[in-house]
Design a protein around this ligand. Structure first.
Ligand SMILES: NC(=O)C1=CN([C@@H]2O[C@H](COP(=O)(O)OP(=O)(O)OC[C@H]3O[C@@H](n4cnc5c(N)ncnc54)[C@H](OP(=O)(O)O)[C@@H]3O)[C@@H](O)[C@H]2O)C=CC1
Ligand SMILES: CC(C)(CO)C(=O)C(=O)O
Length: 318
């Protein structure tokens, strides 16, 4: 199978490089961020380390949307939620999308599959979530967090039917790439299970500008996490969404995942620290909106959304 990665950021590089190196498949990257394109061209590829060790230069194929004439079997999309609509329009205008193509994404937050569905056949959309941590501190320079083999991700067809042969082939390629795929049966429950996790770890680490390993040093982490998870689970239950993890499993995973990825600054902080807008409206904000739509007020999530926007606004005074 031939893969095209839309968004050569932290996670785009993670999936593309692991597919190219371990599954031996053809991968092309599509990127719009000029410093990233220039850095790949001038250094001859992307620099990849694991947990700050063994940095290597990996040669890759990278193109602006308008330069690309290939036709991958599967697109993998890793943009930030705020960039997605514009990026999809630009790729469509450049003639990148073809009717035979499948598409996979494991972006955080909610709302992206409805946007992707405007460009792709719903029977060819594979929804995903990735409990996989990657840092990109500079253009064309990424750090894969955690040991090889600790990667865990979920996937589910957008039509909630059994995966067809092409989807199974994608699953096999992800297995060979050592991305640790598992099937789920309901994409919304699968995605919300990740959203509620990010609503704790990404948001709190961002506000306090800390790594996940530092975050769990605070003895009150379980209590804070439980309060946010309880509200989120209550909102999901009222909306008829069944999560794939229990409340207790989510609280436990805050500790285990943060231990495994101790040096990771969650992706929300990576945006925050670069002066960019964060995905908080698509994470805590989405949970709060879901609650309101179902006559339930997620007071803590609503407050936390304000706190992150307050912190974003205050960057101008620092
Ligand atoms: N990083 C992680 O560990 C994880 C991230 N995710 C999710 O995956 C999705 C993609 O995230 P991630 O790969 O981290 O995103 P990145 O920010 O690393 O990359 C996404 C895009 O952002 C742009 N970009 C990145 N850095 C800059 C910068 N300094 N200045 C201007 N533009 C920049 C580039 O596109 P452009 O030029 O178009 O702006 C790039 O293609 C998000 O939904 C995220 O929540 C999910 C699991 C883990
Ligand atoms: C790696 C992980 C799971 C940390 O919360 C993540 O999703 C992110 O950084 O956005």
């Amino acid at each position: 199978m031939h893969y095209g990665i839309i968004g050569a950021g932290a996670m785009g590089y993670r999936y593309g490089v692991m597919l190219q190196e371990h599954a031996g498949v053809k991968v092309d990257f599509i990127e719009t961020w000029e410093p990233n394109l220039q850095a790949v061209k001038s250094q001859g590829g992307v620099k990849v380390a694991r947990d700050h060790q063994n940095q290597r230069l990996i040669p890759i194929n990278i193109y602006r949307p308008e330069e690309y004439s290939g036709s991958p079997d599967v697109w993998i999309i890793f943009k930030k939620q705020m960039q997605l609509a514009t990026e999809l329009m630009r790729c469509q205008k450049a003639g990148l999308f073809k009717p035979h193509q499948y598409v996979f994404s494991a972006m955080n937050g909610m709302g992206h599959f409805e946007k992707i569905n405007q460009f792709f056949d719903p029977d060819k959309i594979i929804c995903g979530t990735a409990m996989i941590a990657t840092r990109m501190d500079k253009p064309a320079d990424v750090d894969f967090m955690g040991d090889l083999g600790t990667e865990v991700m979920h996937m589910a067809p957008y039509n909630n039917q059994a995966p067809n042969l092409t989807m199974q082939q994608v699953f096999q390629d992800f297995q060979l790439a050592q991305l640790g795929p598992k099937w789920a049966t309901d994409w919304q429950g699968m995605c919300m299970s990740k959203v509620v996790f990010n609503a704790v770890c990404n948001t709190l680490c961002t506000m306090f500008e800390i790594q996940m390993g530092e975050f769990i040093q605070y003895p009150g982490v379980r209590e804070m996490a439980k309060q946010l998870f309880d509200e989120a689970f209550d909102a999901c239950e009222r909306a008829g969404i069944e999560l794939i993890e229990t409340r207790q499993a989510e609280v436990d995973s805050v500790i285990t995942v943060s231990k495994a990825y101790q040096y990771h600054y969650p992706s929300m902080y990576q945006d925050f620290s670069k002066g960019r807008p964060t995905e908080v409206d698509y994470i805590n904000g989405y949970i709060a909106k879901l609650g309101r739509q179902n006559d339930y007020i997620c007071r803590t999530h609503e407050f936390v959304v304000h706190e992150v926007h307050l912190a974003e606004t205050m960057r101008q005074f620092k």
